[in-house]
Write a new protein. Sequence first.
Length: 269
Amino acid sequence: MGPALLFAPADRPERFAKAAQRSDAVIIDLEDAVAPGAKAAARENMVASGLDPAHTMVRINALDTPDAALDLAAVAGSPYRTVMVAKAADVQAIAALTDYSVVVLCESAPGILAAPALAQLPNVVALMWGAEDLVASLGGTSSRFTSGPRVGEYRAVATQARSMLLLAAGAAGKVAIDSIYADFADLAGLGVEAEDAVASGFAAKASIHPSQVAVIREAYRPSDEQVAAAQELLAAAADAGTGVFAFKGQMVDSPILLHAEATLRRARA
């Protein structure tokens, strides 16, 4: 899976092929993007979509809703075997989805607190968090500052939830996916947030508009200079043959080498 994921509303089937062409993976959305009256048709659209299953997942409704059973029945009749479960929190309910590779979308207080246990489940392959649903579940009004010098930045509770999910995924060796950037016209702000996602350890970031894909990819793509520096550093480590060594006036140890290896992995991807 590449770093730029793109949501595609399942009630807009004309967007499926374009989303697949422009992103690294498509999230066919049966949940928030689809009005209640359009969900039945949306499920039919998903089944008939014809996208590459290796680069497609289906976001289903929360498992405690009547729509979830209908969503899963539709997915069972499709070629897709990766599902993103909205508002995931119930560990036993997620564990029961043994026929699928599951991406848990932790977007409530119980979901964030359950992230460490969810990450340990063998059928869970990735974890993602959602800011606005999380803050709404707490009775709040916005995950970001809307005025003042910090406008656009996450509030403390959202930042903490983001970090908790990343740590839970990392501790279990699972993929962590960063939340969407809702202001799709603010590509500069998205770029800053995507660069932070890369540096922090998120393997991918979700998007809601095709224009956001290039920005996310650029954030994840190391420059030629960064690739060359990483290759030079790893070559020096191989020559040194020791755990800690001096390189260009700095001491280098295992974490620095891991950073270099991560740079080369992103370059290959």
